[in-house]
Design a protein around this ligand. Structure first.
Ligand SMILES: Cc1cc2nc3c(=O)[nH]c(=O)nc-3n(C[C@H](O)[C@H](O)[C@H](O)COP(=O)(O)OP(=O)(O)OC[C@H]3O[C@@H](n4cnc5c(N)ncnc54)[C@H](O)[C@@H]3O)c2cc1C
Length: 458
């Protein structure tokens, strides 16, 4: 049983299939080489370290300890299968282009040995290669995609966790978790512990806390970053500590009826994977080819000011500090901060996506790439480029009491509310907080001019 992005015991079809065949050798391999530039970012590695610890404990309790390895899985998996005389290798299907290439290579190597790599569902509700429009094409627009998924009816109910596993009598030794070196010694992640509990039990506890109250208030609170209005389950989903169908059925049981907005968000995740599967260039290249000529003005100093939360726009800066301190950022603020980078500052969306990749605990190649393309206006189903968020009005609308900004920008804590989202207008602007890096009107005009040049060039 090869664990990858499904670090859970319950509702894990691959694990159950392996267990049904006889003794099980559970394996996890850290394979940075295959992932290349999409090797896990720093915050993901922190999460992964703790999630593997939880999974190892769970598997030990079932009788089959987890073997940890590091290196080229395309070589290690066939070697291991040969060494232990495995009947088959079971895993949950992955959708990242690099992982698909690697699985094909492993499949060939195992076939040559007379074995199979058996890929199971487990990461998504629906397999992207099975979903087609009436014309037989992949979906490029979210609304018809979501409508089609709702029309498919309820996903099958989740499967139970195995009650015991038969271990291999001569299981090979693995590495100690610490030896994988997942924790950045600089320790910038220390604050993450206050917010997160990686692992299957942590996911269940977070879902419990969200509960029926979270579902009932979701529509009215999900855009307000100052409140706990969303589930915070994204890192648990990203690492597969809860499956999307466990979450779907739990949400139904908690009162999410019909096309409840919470279920629609789960379908945004599905849609992102659908795009990644059918458009594997998603993480690197704009889906609208015209945007390849966009006149970005790369400026490391601007990128750095944004990364550090020092743009002078409180809602943007609070978001960037939340990201740095907790490994997560509220969705509304992700949209505002990303828009500010690509529109006001004219920095390539790929640079913003790379920073998110390194700092988000839920960093997910499908959702991150699709969302950045959506915000930048170059995605399949993107917001029109000319819709440019005003960071002042967005702050005033979605953080009306200033609770979010005050939490993450202590230097603004004493500023009266009417200046909180426009501190430069205060009679005595707060010390230690920068003036806006660019005026809103100027940034907007520049962005529109850049976009217009794209159309003229076409
Ligand atoms: C620029 C940008 C980058 C993003 N990068 C990521 C990323 O790397 N990983 C990631 O999981 N999400 C990403 N998102 C989507 C979204 O911001 C997060 O999924 C959400 O904030 C997670 O919080 P939650 O679990 O409380 O969400 P909830 O509101 O509780 O939603 C439940 C689940 O639905 C899924 N979901 C919700 N909104 C979206 C969305 N817009 N797109 C895809 N799935 C969604 C998530 O899995 C989430 O856990 C990004 C959004 C933007 C604008």
């Amino acid at each position: 049983m090869w664990f990858r992005q499904d670090l859970r015991l319950a509702d894990n079809p691959a694990l159950l299939a392996a267990a049904a065949e006889g003794p099980v050798l559970p394996v996890f391999i850290l394979d940075d080489g295959a992932a290349g530039r999409w090797a896990y970012g720093g915050a993901q590695r922190w999460w992964l370290h703790h999630s593997l610890a939880a999974l190892a404990q769970g598997l030990a309790g079932l009788g089959a300890p987890l073997v940890l390895l590091r290196g080229d899985a395309a070589r290690l998996i066939p070697e291991l299968a040969e060494r232990v005389g495995a009947g088959a290798v079971h895993a949950a299907r992955l959708y990242e282009p690099w992982a698909r290439r690697r699985d094909e290579a492993i499949h060939r190597a195992l076939s040559a040995q007379g074995r199979a790599l058996v890929l199971h569902p487990g990461v998504l509700l629906h397999e992207p290669h099975r979903l087609r429009t009436r014309e037989g094409r992949a979906y490029g627009v979210y609304t018809p995609f979501a409508r089609a998924l709702f029309a498919l009816g309820e996903p099958p109910p989740p499967l139970p966790a195995p009650t015991a596993l038969r271990p291999l009598s001569d299981a090979p030794p693995g590495m100690a978790l610490e030896a994988l070196g997942l924790l950045d010694p600089r320790g910038w992640w220390r604050g993450f512990h206050d917010r997160w509990e990686p692992g299957e039990a942590g996911a269940a506890r977070r879902l419990d806390r969200f509960g029926a109250g979270g579902i009932a208030a979701y529509a009215s609170r999900r855009n307000l970053p100052g409140l706990p209005g969303t589930s915070g389950l994204s890192p648990h989903l990203r690492w597969g500590e809860i499956s999307p169908r466990q979450l779907w059925h739990a949400a139904r049981a908690l009162g999410a009826a019909g096309e409840h907005p919470f279920l629609k968000e789960i379908l945004w995740r599905e849609f992102s994977y659908h795009l990644l599967w059918h458009r594997p260039e998603l993480p690197e290249a704009p889906l609208q080819p015209a945007f390849a000529r966009f006149p970005w003005v790369r400026d490391p100093a601007l990128l750095r000011a944004w990364q550090r939360g020092r743009t002078g726009y409180p809602i943007v800066d609070a978001g960037m500090r939340e990201l740095w301190q907790t490994g997560w950022m509220h969705n509304r603020v992700r949209m505002i901060a990303a828009s500010f980078l690509v529109k006001h500052l004219l920095q390539p969306w790929q640079d913003g996506a790379a920073w998110f990749w390194d700092t988000l605990v839920d960093g997910d190649l499908a959702s991150n790439s699709a969302s950045w393309q959506w915000v930048a206006g170059c995605g399949a189903d993107a917001a029109p480029y000319v819709r440019i968020f005003n960071p002042i009005l967005q702050g005033e609308k979605f953080d009306p009491e200033g609770a979010y900004v005050r939490r993450f920008l202590p230097e603004l804590a004493d500023l009266p509310l009417r200046f909180l989202h426009r501190p430069w207008e205060a009679p005595s602007p707060p010390r230690g907080y920068p003036a806006p890096i660019i005026g809103h009107a100027e940034g907007r005009a520049r962005a529109l001019a850049a976009y217009a040049s794209l159309k003229t060039a076409a």
